[in-house]
Write a protein that binds this ligand. Sequence first.
Ligand code: 57M
Length: 359
Amino acid sequence: MFYHLLYSFHTTISAFNVFKYITFRTIYASLTALLICFFLGPWVIRKLNSMQIKQYIREDGPKTHLKKAGTPTMGGILIVFSITLSTLLWANLTNYYIWIALLVTVGYGIIGFIDDYFMQVKKQSKGLSARNKFFIQTALAVVAGILVYLCPDFNTCVTIPFFKNISPDLGLGYIFFAAFVIVGTSNAVNLTDGLDGLAIGSVIIAAVTYMIFAYVAGHVKIADYLQINYVAGSGEITVFCGALAGAGLGFLWFNAYPAQIFMGDVGSLSIGSALGIVAVITKQEILLILVGGLFVIETLSVIFQVGFFKITCGHKFFKMAPLHHHFELKGWPEPKIIVRFWIIAITLALISISTLKLR
Ligand code: 57M
């Protein structure tokens, strides 16, 4: 909005020229989202508390979690609100990728909200059934895949990290590939959201990484110099990544150990899907396995645990899956697990950024 309102006056007030720059708008999108979370956070916590929207803690989990009972949840509403408002304020709203990214984030937020609503407000033991949830998630992701596919300058080639000459063209199949990336990331982030600040911290790290990739992919000269897939218009997604990172930081203020609020499915599904659609738009889809390596490890730990359990007729490989529970049951203090997992996420992010040169 600021871009449209203020940049048009740049011939009269030369200072307004600054609104043209993606870098400037990204920084202020981050700060705006952060401040929205920061200032609305205490009010949201009070509101959720007064509405009795409090986390139920499963008794079969690590016993250290029992003291978390009553922590307000569904704080993801604040994350989605601040990402959306900040993006609307700072992005170029004639850019179609911005609208697709917002559609996916808000859409997944609504799916998560419905799930949380049944459990937290209606106090039902289950929200949406796993099958219904997966179906709606897939349908929305396919719609996003079609919208991206229909974008005039978007190509359906997949970037393979480390190999600049291999870029298979999936054609129409790209729609389903994109949908798979979005659904997979959204659920992987959801699985990771089991310790204070773990998921949001790792999402911030991934969002900052993709901020770099979005800028590079949308800049014709830099993309050409680095020989990466150029996607005209994708540079604007840098602003969205900034809003995502800023909202994440603002939420982390309250979600840091010991958490005053949890994000709920409304948060985990939406920010996970946001990362997925960003990976698709920037044409760094496969790289998400590395950028979001922590989410992949957490998901694989669940798949492995379930598989091992079935093959060995009841033996467990991990003390409990996802992996963060395993370390909790080994006696590691929660903050230590969180910080060590963040360190892994940062390491993977740095390796991911190095793929701009290692190819
Ligand atoms: C949601 N939700 C957290 C909070 C958060 C297939 C199976 C592996 C699925 C998995 C599962 O249900 N995962 C998805 C994980 C829950 O957090 C809420 O959920 C939202 C995210 N959707 O925002 O609202 C609990 O996590 C803790 N938490 C924090 N701090 C935070 O900032 O401490 C969350 C956010 C909260 C709180 O305690 O209540 C969750 O873990 O349930 N299921 C599991 O993860 C379960 N694992 C399991 O059953 N493993 C089995 C098999 C199936 C692999 C095994 O290892 O044998 C465990 N989860 C819990 N207890 N809570 C096991 C028992």
